[in-house]
Ligand binder design. Sequence first.
Ligand code: AMP
Ligand code: GLY
Length: 428
Amino acid sequence: MKILVVGNGGREHALAWKLLQSDEIERVFCVPGNGGTAAMERCENIPLTVDNFSGIKDAAKERGISLVIIGPEVPLAMGIADYLQQENLMVFGPSQAGTQLEASKSWAKGFMQDVGIPTARSAVFTDEEEKAAIAYVEKNGVPIVIKADGLAAGKGVTVATTREEAKNAIHDSFAGKFGLSGECIVIEECLTGEEASVLAITDGLTVRPLLPAQDHKAIGEGDSGPNTGGMGVYAPAPIVTPELMDRVQTEILEPAIARMRERGIDYRGVLYAGLMISPDGEAKVLEFNCRFGDPETQAILPLLETPLHELLLACAQQRLREMPPIRWKAGVSACVVMSAKGYPGDYEKGKAIAGLEKAAARGAIVFHAGTALKDRQLVTAGGRVLGVTALGEDFDRAFANAYAGIECIEFDGAYYRRDIGHRVRSAQ
Ligand code: AMP
Ligand code: GLY
């Protein structure tokens, strides 16, 4: 079987790596892929952009692809799954209508209210309602959260601790800071607690959660500084107890998919609930995503025992219910992201990367995010450069292994947080 993966991040490298662990997979193609996918055996990059739907369709047909897996949200929100399905290709990824759950926060809020999914209280304002938005902040006070409605690569959310900050966030969004994504905003109650990511796979009928994970969004140690796409992650996250997972399944994931179906929306892909878990153990949804999380996927997939293609194909063919329970390896997984100097602001590219073989020899699984092969030399090509993952019997051992891997790796300006997993490790 041949599979095509769309995207070029650590998530896509992890997907390709996991798929290739099965002998049934003859070859994986990545569009456009990165330095890591280029270097794997039985894996090949195809240099097309992710918005080139007809190019991707032709590439898939020419190569006899059995399943196309879509990684990033942007092509999904542009309707890539609908397009490829119409061309009779098997696709793992929701229809454009389903991606509104991630691509429009106001739509997602309306959907959650409709279904009765627990979430923060909120109100929606358009750019013609700046005064009303400010009045809402005055009335509700701070802290308060301002969110650009549309996709903003994780940068459209401000947790404002002063009224000034809230007003500036409203103004900046309406003034075009996030382009069209910010013409409409959601203002919501600030929730407190611990965050966790529950990713589930679904065929639109049945939903199966994967192991829960906990990401670290802030760039700085002690969860300080601006938010990033994610600086490190571990799984399974103990904060999501089996009892809480059952509730997430029956109160959030299943009703969401049931309502999608009732609304006539084809949803075959990942349903990812970003949760805030209060100190008394109640989970509310901060956001939904319609794709695999990154870096969550880099920590979750190394623990997966069931062949990945069997699960994703079952989703695409709407027979997930027939699949036996998902099997997981014993132990836990830790992933620490190495980023380029300057990230999440402007960063440098083209720096030579060394030491990956040494890291692998020490047992680390190094997923590439922003890397490229240039004249046969691996160089940095993005803000988040590598995700260094390791397994262990417990979190102390898994993180020790991941950090031992990191110590082998060098590139100019390399940065990583030393405190990833601080909630689950013994004192460092
Ligand atoms: P989102 O893209 O909606 O997940 O928001 C990005 C980040 O902003 C989340 O991971 C949280 O850290 C924070 N955030 C979003 N909504 C809220 C909220 N209602 N209360 C507190 N923090 C929030
Ligand atoms: N790690 C957060 C995300 O994938 O959105």
